[in-house]
Design a protein around this ligand. Structure first.
Ligand SMILES: [Zn+2]
Ligand SMILES: [Zn+2]
Length: 84
């Protein structure tokens, strides 16, 4: 049996449909853990409950690791300023 439609031109992989967002907190081997896509548009890490909303830059994840990272960054900045 022959396939009627001609194969489309090879295109560089678009990430529109297959969007892989990785958790910045969880390593799996040498890579970061891919987040699971939720129906409401969020991506959720099943290890640490980290969430990402692609296309919503003002979205802030409130998982424990992000909250502690914010604390670390702000305290790190003040340390750096003190060192200057
Ligand atoms: Zn995670
Ligand atoms: Zn998070």
């Amino acid at each position: 049996m022959q396939v009627s439609f001609a194969p489309a031109q090879e295109q560089p992989l678009q990430t529109d449909t297959i969007l892989i967002i990785r958790c910045p907190h969880c390593m799996v081997g040498i890579d970061f853990r891919p987040l699971i896509a939720y129906k409401d548009g969020r991506f959720v890490c099943r290890d640490c409950a980290h969430t990402v909303r692609p296309g919503v830059p003002e979205y802030r994840c409130t998982c424990r690791k992000c909250l502690s990272a914010i604390w670390r960054i702000s305290s790190g900045l003040s340390i750096k300023l003190e060192m200057l």
